[in-house]
Design a protein around this ligand. Structure first.
Ligand SMILES: Nc1ncnc2c1ncn2[C@@H]1O[C@H](COP(=O)(O)OP(=O)(O)O)[C@@H](O)[C@H]1O
Ligand SMILES: N[C@@H](CCOP(=O)(O)O)C(=O)O
Length: 324
């Protein structure tokens, strides 16, 4: 049965976590909301929130296009849509905004069509659309997600994050597209660097799975992508080298950057020192940034079916002021 109007809250994500390039992802407590319904007239797309300038509000919009792929797959026709989106996830900063938009659109459109597609099917579609499964896996399943995609099929295992894990991100004011940061990568690697990353990434996954947070400083090191991306983010090398001596369990470029991510023990007494270190180091290199304390998000998308005759505005529903 088709639903009339749906609202989806979807988490941001951090990909790679250092050595797990295109493989590891963690959902973060920073969210985007997408509301979708069949439009009476022409398609209308409303964007709320800061920093969404430049995102198209016509049928070239990513959310609209992804929704149509779901309808095609499901064999239903809903060509005209009303879409509203509000997002706290900064765009093009390495916090998975595109993955959140894709996952939110897939889940919303599937719900609108009466949920004909399985969660696994949505994961396969999301991985193919994003081109790598790490961000979309985290946004879709929540927690820490280890995934592998061979270009045809993606498989994943979800790990519940340790309750003491906290996340501090430093988000530079400049944008860096994933596409540009992927172009900085070499086409060939030394065998010793590949071995280093297989070892680090495997150890990191085992540390997360077994709750051995004390292994994170050793395991969260990378020679596969971060050294090549460091010139794109002034101050990054210094932060990655020194963060563990300033109170972090580990530090990494978040996704393709430019955001820098540190994992922190929730009970640490050195949080203020670490935060100041991140901001001062970036500032020393001429980079304005803001910090945010986040937690791993334990769940993937939260879906509400907005009943007919509902009252209130989209933003009131986002803020939970109106019961959907
Ligand atoms: N809600 C959205 N609606 C439409 N397009 C979006 C939305 N969110 C992100 N995008 C697209 O994704 C791009 C950012 O993706 P990307 O470069 O991978 O960075 P990141 O995913 O790290 O924020 C934006 O420039 C925009 O084109
Ligand atoms: N594994 C990808 C992750 C990109 O993440 P994003 O949040 O920057 O889109 C990569 O490192 O290129």
């Amino acid at each position: 049965m088709l639903n009339s109007q749906v609202l989806v809250k979807v988490p941001a994500s951090t990909a790679n976590l250092g050595p797990g390039f295109d493989t590891l992802g963690m959902a973060l407590s920073l969210y985007a909301w997408i509301e979708m319904e069949a439009a009476d007239g022409e398609t209308a797309i409303e964007l709320y929130g800061d920093g969404l300038e430049g995102i198209p509000t016509d049928k070239t919009n990513l959310i609209y296009k992804v929704a149509q792929l779901v309808f095609e797959e499901a064999g239903v026709q809903i060509p005209e849509l009303r879409i509203a989106m509000y997002s706290d996830i900064p765009l093009t900063r390495g916090l998975g905004s595109s993955a959140s938009a894709i996952v939110g659109a897939l889940v919303a459109a599937n719900a609108l069509a009466g949920s004909p597609l399985s969660e696994d099917k949505l994961f396969q579609m999301a991985s193919a659309l994003e081109g790598h499964p790490d961000n979309v896996g985290a946004s879709l399943f929540g927690g820490i997600v280890v995934s592998a995609w061979d270009g045809v099929r993606a498989e994943k295992v979800r790990i519940a994050p340790h309750r003491n894990l906290e996340v501090l991100v430093a988000i530079p004011s400049f944008q860096l597209s994933t596409e540009k940061a992927r172009h900085a990568l070499p086409s060939k690697l030394e065998m010793k660097d590949a071995v280093y990353n297989v070892a680090s990434s495997s150890l990191l996954v085992a540390a997360f799975a077994s709750g051995q947070l004390e292994l994170i400083p050793f395991a969260m090191r990378d020679k596969l992508h971060q050294p090549y991306r460091a010139p794109l983010v002034p101050g990054m090398s210094e932060i990655l080298e020194q963060a563990t001596s300033r109170g972090a369990l580990g530090a990494a470029l978040s996704g393709a950057g430019p955001t820098l991510l540190t994992l922190v023990d929730r009970g640490s007494s050195r949080k203020a020192e670490l935060e100041a270190f991140l901001l001062q180091t970036l500032e020393k290199h001429g980079i304005q940034a803001r910090t945010m304390w986040l937690s791993p998000a334990l769940n993937g998308p939260e879906l509400s079916i907005v009943g007919r005759g509902h009252s209130g505005s989209f933003m009131e529903r986002v803020k939970g002021e109106v019961k959907a």
